[in-house]
Design a protein around this ligand. Structure first.
Ligand SMILES: Cc1cc2nc3c(=O)[nH]c(=O)nc-3n(C[C@H](O)[C@H](O)[C@H](O)COP(=O)(O)O)c2cc1C
Length: 295
């Protein structure tokens, strides 16, 4: 089990493993896994997840993580952290998505969004699932009070920046439709490593969310990804790209090259499966390649 410890992690892993893949060799070709997103090209659809507070995991962990993404040509995501830390992350050269917390203090939200834009972030967003603590009260994250977001509040946050705004922490078509209607540029299907117990696995709800949003905005996924095979399954089921967080953390103390190597290994495995299933690029995935089992 190791780094994946919640009941939602276990259920998510079981769901990944219940999805089987058929091969399609005839007319297949060497695939291209480069990602086009919001006008930029990345070498891989494998992104880092919006982590935070990694300096206890490895010295300068947040910048090591970012530099690893940059070396791999991957889009980097970052969560909670100071403006100065965000600037150091951007200085690594990593194209970065800043995820802001649903803080009670709305001025602080607007300030963080404005700073992210000025600092040169690629996109911004919010992890809407960090509003409540497990006893149903408003959460408090490291001394900072949170509060649930309303559709009207999201509209204001989205209107306050020119950057694409991504809503993270969606596991229902209902939230997905609301997020799209307030102007989200994308969604992350995520249970935030088990924020709620017995969460639906992201890949189980992903096709419904893709359908509910009509393919009009990119849908990303995270939670429990640890191989190119896992990533293949998400892309086949409609994800535009996928984030990997905890799986990369043990490599942080070895430096950015080790982080990049893990992303590259997963990308190579992804391309291997794409080749053997007749998928020539990221726009050519076919969900019918996936077989759902319950054995
Ligand atoms: C140490 C750590 C810090 C995190 N900090 C944040 C954060 O600040 N903002 C956020 O949106 N998600 C945060 N997350 C959640 C991740 O972005 C991600 O949703 C979750 O870890 C599931 O992906 P994984 O299984 O690949 O780790 C954090 C996760 C970890 C492990």
């Amino acid at each position: 089990m190791g780094i994946f410890t919640s009941d939602s992690d276990r259920i998510t892993r079981n769901y990944f493993d219940s999805l089987l893949i058929e091969t399609r060799y005839i007319d297949s070709a060497v695939p291209d896994s480069s990602l086009e997103l919001f006008g930029e090209t990345f070498r891989t659809p494998i992104m880092t997840a919006a982590l935070s507070h990694l300096d206890g995991t490895a010295p300068n962990g947040m910048c090591t993580y970012a530099k690893g993404a940059e070396i791999a040509g991957a889009l980097h995501w970052v969560g909670m952290g100071s403006p100065a830390e965000l600037e150091r992350i951007i200085d690594t050269g990593a194209k970065t998505v800043k995820i802001v917390k649903p803080m009670e203090d709305e001025d602080a939200i607007f300030m963080e969004l404005e700073h992210a834009e000025k600092a040169g972030c690629f996109a911004v967003g919010m992890d809407i699932d960090h509003a409540f603590s497990s006893d149903g009260k408003h959460d408090n994250v490291m001394g900072i009070p949170m509060k649930p977001v309303t559709a009207d509040a999201l509209k204001k946050y989205i209107a306050s920046v020119k950057l694409p705004f991504i809503i993270k922490g969606v596991t229902s078509p209902i939230d997905a439709i609301k997020a799209k209607s307030v102007g989200a540029a994308g969604l992350v299907v995520s249970h935030h490593h088990g924020m709620v117990g017995y969460s639906v696995p992201p890949l189980m709800v992903l096709p419904e969310i893709v359908k509910a949003t009509g393919g009009s905005i990119p849908i990303f996924a995270d939670c429990g990804f640890e191989s190119g095979m896992d990533i293949y399954k998400a892309l086949a089921l409609g994800a535009k790209a996928v984030s990997v967080g905890r799986f990369l953390m043990p490599f942080l103390h070895e430096g950015p090259d080790a982080v990049a190597t893990q992303i590259q290994k997963m990308d190579a495995e992804l391309r291997g499966v794409m080749a053997r299933t007749g998928v020539k690029d990221l726009s050519s995935f076919d969900p019918s390649v996936i077989h759902h089992t319950n054995f």
